[in-house]
Design a protein around this ligand. Sequence first.
Ligand SMILES: NC(=O)c1ccc[n+]([C@@H]2O[C@H](COP(=O)([O-])OP(=O)(O)OC[C@H]3O[C@@H](n4cnc5c(N)ncnc54)[C@H](O)[C@@H]3O)[C@@H](O)[C@H]2O)c1
Length: 449
Amino acid sequence: MTDRYASFVQSAAGRALVKRLGLPDPPRLRRHHPGDPLLTGPALLGAATGARYAKPVAMRLTAAGVELADPAAAAPQRYGALLFDATGITDSTELRQLYDFFHPQARAVLPSGRVIVLGTPPQECATPREATAQRALEGLVRSIGKEFGRGITAQLVQVSRAQGDPSVGLESTLRFLLSGRSAYVSGQVIRVAGGAASVPADWDRPLDGQVVLVTGAARGIGAALAKVLARDGAQVVALDIPAAGDALAAVANDIGGTAVQLDLTAPDAPARLAEHLASRHGRVDVVVHNAGITRDKTLGRMDADRWDQVLDVNLSSQERINDVLLERELIPAGGRIISVSSIAGIAGNRGQTNYATSKAGVIGLVDSLAPALRERGISVNAVAPGFIETRLTARIPLVVREAGRRMNSLAQGGLPVDVAETIGWLAWPASGGISGNVVRVCGQSLLGA
Ligand SMILES: NC(=O)c1ccc[n+]([C@@H]2O[C@H](COP(=O)([O-])OP(=O)(O)OC[C@H]3O[C@@H](n4cnc5c(N)ncnc54)[C@H](O)[C@@H]3O)[C@@H](O)[C@H]2O)c1
């Protein structure tokens, strides 16, 4: 499904009309293509006094081919990214350093550029004053995401000192956030820690050799996921219901993956899936719980079947499958569980009590399972998509659909590939230090913000 308005505003007539009438102006977003540089211009790096990561970040960015701008250059420059290491800020009076860095450059960021602030998780701060100042960074980043426009995104990356050296996890996250892979992710707070992370031999194939299960892979976000993960080097096991068998086979053939026809709600589904993974691959490195359904009705009009089906597909089946795969030790150390939640699970939605309950439950699953699996070196995260252009959103009535599409900082819906790229980053072996996160892929939607 296409956003005709977004295409129209890119035309000469469209541009004129948008300007004259002050209509929403969705920018063309920069998306990733293999071999692309991380940025379209140099990055300007700044650091607060006493910051911890400025030097290692500069080294890793240079190694990744990013040109670092000279802060003392006389001629005005335009930047692909502004990065500020705020980990040295320990008191609210020191927040002024953010203004001093960002104010002169506020108009110097290129379209689809990036703003990234590094901070410390407030719960790890040594004093209440430090925690207060670190919490304040969220407000700055979220406002920049809403203010800069032109496809520029802004994120806060909180770097934890709790579990060893976070620099590998930090590198994978910076590579994701700077690149076109994160086109529809903005206004997010991402926590990165040290963990079971390893640097890939080739950053263009960060999933080389990984066995990845994708549920609901026959179409929509799941089909995009299968393609993106295979492009990045994974061996993909694509699963969907038998009724979607033809579409599933087409996806699997296209990427050289395997297809599993299985209804996740069948009583024997977890055992059959475990059997398949054990006999074909001996393990599964990454499990992506993407399959999901909606059965919308206001609560008073909803029959019990609609409630039961949605809760079972979207939440309970995930738990049953996790239990069996973990019990049989098919997910090795360094493995990943990644679930697809929704902003409906964060903000709630009229007519979706069943769906929102299931999707909030997915966030609960991440919160509870991530600490429980830390010892085993398995990380657990979720993505929460906002308005994504798929068959699911094509069914929404026109006026509501148009509102949903525009009510975010990027004034457009995301594409299935945007969700897929975000899940891909969480799946990379290099992202092992990221666990317990729920990352919204919503263009900084106003809902639940
Ligand atoms: N499209 C959006 O805007 C949006 C927003 C937020 C969250 N999501 C979530 O993203 C995920 C994918 O959504 P989509 O838009 O691609 O939906 P979709 O309906 O296009 O695809 C979902 C897939 O899951 C499969 N599936 C359903 N029940 C199954 C079962 N019992 N066993 C196995 N497979 C089953 C379907 O056959 C289908 O191929 C879902 O979890 C959805 O809730 C989507």
